[in-house]
Design a protein around this ligand. Structure first.
Ligand code: DGY
Length: 323
């Protein structure tokens, strides 16, 4: 029997009003849990009938899955990152891939800066100290951290989020360096950022913010060699993707105090367990991949993923197409 409506599979429970927009046009099914990803076998089954899917960073969209999806025309990822999708495999099968940049830029930059401040001013340690009733007296160097203002920030990856972090750092009177695959001459002018090669940026920065997407050439971009170039008073912040930093090398560098501290929102294998050695180091502030996690921004991302899906499936240009 000929289908009257195209079918969509949504891999996580989203707000009703967001799903309702899709239901007006398509036949929709979804994984009705917000807290855990759709199991692979369920996704495998559902995708067989789907014309489009609205996916999350936790779904691995690979050749095996794409092979099981003969009707699939669009993968609309509710994230700016798309390292969970095998783009080449999607391209081979003429599957359009979309993402949700822009709407999360300022929110992720806020979180990056919050993590930087929390790490350098030891906020988590200080709050735990109080909760544990350890406070005996004000004392000159009690929980003394590092100044942020007027220091040097090195931004690795001057994309949208990198630029938004630079704007915040300028408000703190910081000197701004960046490293990027391509030089961004216009941004150098407008943001007051100075281009450095990676080694020089690492040597000169007090705060290194990793904001580059995960790609083949950024995997373990920051490893033992790179960490050894950093100042012993430097702080590394990673709000991009875990595998851009070699976790084992980072652990060693932090343990041996080759660098001062790290603020980590992302990890090699997520979710990290409490047994992960990095998160127990006193000079680490670790949080669970919440860069863009505000209610407003997550709703905006979900709506943008819906827009992309609807446009692409109705033969129009999606707002953000990756391939
Ligand atoms: C993204 O958008 O890529 C984030 O990491 C998930 O919100």
């Amino acid at each position: 029997m000929e289908r009257t409506r195209m079918k969509i599979y949504i891999t996580r429970r989203l707000p009703e009003e967001v799903i309702a927009r899709l239901q007006e046009v398509f036949e929709c099914k979804w994984w009705d849990r917000e807290d855990i990803p759709v199991p692979r076998d369920v996704l495998f089954n559902e995708i067989q009938e789907a014309d489009g899917i609205l996916s999350m960073v936790t779904d691995s969209i690979d050749s095996e899955l794409l092979d099981a999806a003969p009707r699939l025309r669009v993968v609309s990822n509710m994230a700016v990152g798309f390292d969970n999708i095998q783009l080449e495999e999607a391209k081979k099968r003429n599957v359009i891939v979309c993402n949700t940049p822009d709407v999360l830029t300022e929110t992720t930059a806020d979180l990056t800066f919050a993590l930087l401040l929390a790490t350098s001013r030891r906020l988590v340690e200080s709050a735990t100290f109080l909760k544990n009733d350890e406070w005996q007296s004000w004392s000159p160097f009690l929980l003394a951290g590092l100044d942020v203002h007027h220091k040097t920030m090195g931004i690795i990856g001057l994309g949208r989020i990198g630029q938004a972090v630079a704007r915040r750092a300028a408000g703190f009177g910081m000197k701004l360096l960046y490293f990027n695959r391509n030089r961004r001459l216009a941004d150098e002018q407008s943001l007051g950022v100075e281009y450095k090669d990676l080694a020089t940026l690492l040597q000169e920065s007090d705060f290194v913010c990793v904001l580059t997407p995960l790609k083949e050439d950024t995997y373990h971009l920051i490893g033992e060699q790179e960490l050894s170039l950093m100042k012993s008073t430097a702080v590394l912040i990673n709000t991009s993707r875990g595998p851009v930093v070699d976790e084992e090398a980072l652990y060693e560098a932090l343990k041996k105090k080759l660098i001062w501290g790290a603020g980590l929102d992302v990890f090699d294998n997520e979710p990290v367990r409490a047994s992960h050695p990095l998160i127990h180091l006193p000079n680490v502030v670790a949080i669970p991949h919440i860069g863009s996690a505000t209610v407003e921004t997550r709703v905006a991302m979900a709506n943008l993923a819906v827009d992309n899906l609807m446009l692409a499936l109705t033969g129009k240009a999606p707002k953000y197409r990756v391939c």
